[in-house]
Design a protein around this ligand. Structure first.
Ligand code: ADP
Length: 367
């Protein structure tokens, strides 16, 4: 297995489209790294440059310490799994999986043993003689993964491999790929636009937007310590609430929502962070689980009068979409026993110890 270094890499397509800009990612041996971001952020381009399917405009990419910019894809010792599976329709599952090894002139017995082993790992032994069209989407996806496994590559690359599967199968394949990662102890780079996929699978996640890396960290660190408003809003579902407002000093420090009398007191431990921002515009970010029905909220939570707009029952909890006096909509995630009604006036408690603040101009988190 191998490490992968992407060092200040950029990609400019013909016509001047800057798809990737100064991207650096240091992927350790056996690590599972997920590149995530909205459509068009440059994650596939980055992966394709590692694979050698896209020429690199600037900056080196190394696999196992060796710069591969000029190395042909077939000589990079990587295997890629694509969103559309890319199986040969006229070949059986066995032939699809064996094809890459045959091209590389592996002995027949070795091919057979590798294909059988991969098929056993993936639970597709009984389909080896079928053609892809006689398989379900999930089975085809397993064949595509199997074709990568038999190669025993240094690095596995996955480009949105689960996008074509239904929701239930996606969750199942997610755990299967995670298990596979542990079993093979392989270095894996995985591209997705789905933050849940990223959060549940990655050892580390690289959050990209507009061709730029916004933050690289473990799932929990991204969730708890986002560097900026984009990362804070992208990671987490339902997404973090952002309240536009200003920092005021009146005895202690307060956050006042724009176009609204709603004032939330800033807890002592956040005062150092915010004292230089008095009179300045900021975004306050608060996750839905940190807005609580006022009766259940801890005494120190800042209380706010709200109007319930939409209630989404989830079984064990409910998502309550509510508005404040500013008419802005936010979402709280509260215990199902509270059962508010649409149109109801309520009091919610904001756990301000969990709130984050972002500079309005730079959108960077204030620490
Ligand atoms: P993602 O995988 O995050 O959706 P891509 O890496 O596919 O994003 O694309 C990044 C940017 O590069 C987008 O603006 C896209 O339109 C552009 N792009 C991708 N492929 C090409 C191409 N072959 N020629 C020109 N522009 C491209």
């Amino acid at each position: 297995m191998a490490s992968v270094q992407i060092s200040n890499v950029s990609k400019v397509y013909d016509g001047g489209v800057v798809a990737v800009q100064d991207v650096s990612i240091d992927i350790q041996d056996k690590e599972f790294v997920v590149l995530v971001g909205p459509s068009g952020c440059g994650k596939s381009t980055t992966l394709r440059m590692v694979a050698g399917l896209e020429e690199i405009t600037g900056g080196p990419i190394s696999i196992d310490g060796k710069i591969v910019n000029e190395v042909a894809p077939k000589d990079r010792d990587i295997a890629m799994v694509f969103q559309n599976y890319a199986l040969y329709p006229h070949m059986t599952v066995y032939e699809n999986m064996a094809f890459g090894l045959k091209l590389r002139k592996f002995p027949k017995a070795e091919i057979e043993s590798r294909v059988r082993e991969a098929a056993q790992i993936l639970g597709i032994e009984e389909y080896l003689q079928r053609k892809p069209k006689a398989l379900s989407g999930g089975q085809r996806q397993r064949v595509a993964v199997g074709r990568a496994i038999v190669r025993k590559p240094k690095v596995f690359l996955f480009d949105e491999p689960l996008s074509n599967l239904d929701a239930k199968l996606r969750v199942q394949m997610r755990t299967e790929i995670s298990k596979l990662h542990h079993r093979l102890e392989a270095t894996m780079i995985y591209v997705t636009h789905d933050q849940t996929e990223a959060m549940t699978m990655g050892d580390r996640i690289v959050v990209m937007k507009d061709g730029i890396v916004h933050q690289t960290d473990t799932p929990l660190n991204l969730y708890n310590f986002p560097e900026n408003k984009f990362v804070a809003g992208f990671i987490g579902s339902p997404a973090m609430n952002f309240m536009e407002g200003v920092v005021e000093q009146n005895g202690g420090l307060h956050f006042r929502e724009k176009n609204s009398p709603l004032t939330l007191s800033v807890p002592k431990e956040k005062e150092d962070t915010l004292k230089s921002m008095v009179g300045r515009d900021v975004w306050m970010g608060i996750r839905p689980e940190h807005i609580i029905d006022a009766h259940a909220a801890p005494a120190q939570a800042a209380k706010a009068a709200v109007k319930v707009e939409v209630v989404e029952p989830m079984g064990n909890e409910i998502f309550v979409y509510f508005s404040t006096a500013s008419d802005t909509q936010y979402v709280a995630r509260i215990h199902a026993s509270v059962a508010p009604k649409t149109g109801q006036a309520m009091e919610f408690g904001f756990d301000m110890t969990k709130a984050l603040f972002f500079d309005k101009a730079t959108e960077k988190v204030l620490r």
